[in-house]
Design a protein. Structure first.
Length: 351
């Protein structure tokens, strides 16, 4: 593959940033050349992380830089900035010629910005050319979904392709790490469930339609799948669990549905990309799995697997019910962005 590409992580000192550093420490194609932050600018990474995280030893002495394109030397930028900072800064990096792969919501919904789950919609990367032409940028922005969308959109893809989707109802049980390091006060969440996460249901009802839709004639056409979501925060650390009731467009036997889920593979599996799990969906047959503590996986390819379980019939012949579990920090953030960057590289989009 030639020399490794130098990558910069914007917002490297947060919850998601540390997962990037762990996942990139031995990456065969990418090496971290720069990290940025806000309140920790000027510190060494080991000091920036003191008391709140774990960073691989090889990065301890990296200095946290301001998030300024002029200060960064890299071939590719990963952004895990908060929304407001991402809105201001990601454009500046793309304008300055950097390819940007972002976990932030700031640019996800623009009509020329791809929202990518590499196994589902790799062809949406064609929007990059439209974006560059329209905005006259040398670089570009590609986004990944909200970590809760990734908790359940993967199993919807084979169901859409095989049976059609008439309606999706989803109730989420989201881990505290999904809100960032300072996100949810411990006094609010310990021994409790919070049945409201600001802005989350809107994202979760919108994003799967863009991801499952098509990119044709220079524009996105969302999939016509109505989704009703209720999002809750629960006192787990890592792993967003979603309970789904899905009405298919045609009747299907439970075994057919199980087969569609188990057989699903995408382009990352065909290309054997370094961060692609051999099977993106693991169908659990035990009656009490998946569980966040047991099945969310680690900060490596194991955390990239979406675990589906409790598959059963609903109240009609067309209705199926199941739960879906995703590691929000890996498949839901750093890992999906790294896999997207691998796809960009493997398809010749990183120069
Ligand atoms: N947590 C998840 O599961 C998850 C999943 C998917 C997507 N996301 C998205 O990923 C992003 C980061 O989430 P997180 O959970 O890692 O948040 P976090 O723990 O709060 O970390 C935020 C990071 O951004 C930096 N930062 C804050 N304000 C900045 C500014 N004005 N300019 C430059 N850098 C700034 C912080 O630097 P300092 O430490 O130096 O202040 C820190 O490195 C968010 O957009 C979030 O929505 C999170």
């Amino acid at each position: 593959m030639g020399r490794k590409l130098r990558v910069c992580v914007l917002g490297a000192t947060g919850m998601v940033g540390q997962i990037y550093l762990q996942m990139l420490a031995d990456h065969p194609w990418f090496e971290v050349s720069a990290v940025t932050g806000n309140t920790t600018v000027g510190k060494k990474l080991v000091e920036a992380y003191a008391g709140k995280g774990d960073v691989p030893r090889k990065y301890w002495d990296l200095e946290v830089l301001p998030s300024d394109p002029a200060k960064v030397d890299a071939d590719l930028v990963f952004s895990c900035l908060p929304t407001k900072a991402a809105r201001e800064l990601e454009h500046k990096f793309a304008e300055a010629g950097f390819p940007v792969v972002s976990d932030a919501s700031a640019n996800r919904y623009h009509e020329d910005v791809p929202l990518i789950v590499p196994e589902i919609n790799p062809e949406h990367l064609d929007a990059i050319e439209v974006q560059r032409r329209r905005r006259k940028w040398d670089g570009f922005i590609v986004t990944t979904p909200n970590c809760t969308t990734t908790a359940f959109v993967m199993p919807l893809k084979p169901l859409l392709d095989e049976f059609g989707l008439r309606h999706v109802n989803v109730v989420t049980m989201q881990a505290v790490s999904g809100a960032g390091y300072n996100g949810v006060p411990s006094m609010a969440i310990l021994g409790n469930v919070i049945p409201y996460i600001p802005g989350e249901e809107e994202k979760v009802e919108l994003e799967p339609r863009k991801i499952l839709g098509s990119f044709e004639d220079g524009g996105f056409r969302p999939a016509e799948v109505p989704i009703d979501a209720t999002c809750t925060r629960v006192p787990t650390l890592v792993g967003h669990l979603a309970a789904l009731t899905v009405t298919l467009s045609r009747e299907a036997k439970l075994e057919e549905v199980a087969e569609a889920l188990e057989d699903f593979r995408g382009l990352p599996q065909q290309l054997e990309l370094p961060t692609a799990p051999p099977r993106p969906i693991e169908l659990r047959r035990e009656e009490d799995r998946p569980q966040p503590r047991l099945d969310a996986g680690s900060n490596d390819r194991s955390g990239m697997v979406v675990h589906v379980g409790r598959l059963r019939k609903g109240s009609s012949e067309r209705t199926v019910k199941f739960v879906s579990l995703t590691n929000n920090l890996v498949r839901g953030a750093a890992g999906i962005a790294i896999l997207t960057a691998e796809l960009l590289k493997a398809t010749g989009r990183l120069g």
